[in-house]
Design a protein around this ligand. Structure first.
Ligand SMILES: NC(=O)c1ccc[n+]([C@@H]2O[C@H](COP(=O)([O-])OP(=O)(O)OC[C@H]3O[C@@H](n4cnc5c(N)ncnc54)[C@H](OP(=O)(O)O)[C@@H]3O)[C@@H](O)[C@H]2O)c1
Length: 219
């Protein structure tokens, strides 16, 4: 498929590299055209650099990979209010986490994914890829102790979820359908919660029991 990427930073590079390797073509965009061009060059012959609006309209799927404070500005520059993203699968990997405080910048209001859905008129937003560091997304594949990394997805459109599922599988991960877009804020909060633990040197993964113990003692 053809994937547009809004952003030319680390997440655009990590996921774009995986999807180029899987055979997808890409249109990347950033506020610095030279940086977007350099990323397209790194991604290979199936990638090109373009404007925000061109990346928004280039394909059926668009990855939103900019800093949280720039999200609405970038969507506006991409023409989202005029419907450039209408009908497209819009993957939101952003984390609205306040640096140092590890709380949500969106606290008290809609989640970032819901703000994205409102701004990107008619788009089919799926929250995904926000829980792990870019270096994890670069792994080929992200498999730990024989278990492929699970990628939770939150979205309302079944076809969009199926599309993102296949992009998750391109990385060698498995998708967990984790509910509708109204649950995306929980996914954003999970990131904020885990990041603080990780910064404190604590293994966030260790705080949850295996599935067989999740609803009580299995014996
Ligand atoms: N890095 C990770 O490990 C990771 C993991 C999960 C989720 N995320 C989330 O993914 C998103 C992207 O993260 P990243 O690590 O790829 O960030 P990044 O490397 O800093 O790249 C962010 C992109 O946003 C652009 N940008 C920043 N401020 C902007 C502005 N005011 N107007 C327009 N564009 C602007 C940057 O342009 P310039 O290059 O010109 O600054 C760059 O293209 C963030 O929301 C982050 O929370 C990151």
């Amino acid at each position: 498929m053809h994937i547009g990427i809004l952003g030319a930073g680390r997440m655009a590079d990590a996921l774009g590299t995986q999807w180029a390797r899987a055979g997808h073509s890409l249109t990347v965009s950033g506020r610095d055209p030279a940086k977007a061009a350099a990323l397209a060059e790194r991604l290979g012959p199936a990638a090109r650099a373009a404007t925000w609006a061109e990346a928004a309209t280039a394909g059926e799927v668009v990855l939103l990979a900019v800093r949280d404070y720039a999200v609405l500005e970038v969507l506006a520059a991409a023409g989202a209010a005029d419907g450039t993203l209408r009908g497209r699968v819009l993957i939101d990997c952003t984390n609205p986490v306040v640096p140092g405080r590890f709380v949500l910048a969106t606290e008290g209001g809609p989640s970032m994914a819901e703000r994205v859905a409102t701004a990107a008129v008619g788009s089919r937003v799926v929250k995904a890829f926000n829980l792990c560091h870019e270096d994890v997304w670069r792994m080929t594949p992200p498999v730990f102790d024989g278990t492929p990394l699970a990628v939770p997805l939150c979205g309302d459109d079944q076809d969009a979820l199926a599309t993102v599922r296949s992009l998750v599988e391109d990385l060698g991960c498995v998708a967990f359908e984790a509910g509708g877009l109204e649950r995306a804020g929980l996914l954003e909060a999970t990131a904020a919660f885990a990041i603080k633990l990780w910064f404190g040197g604590l293994d966030a993964q260790a705080m949850l029991p295996p599935l067989r113990f999740a609803q009580g003692d299995p014996v």
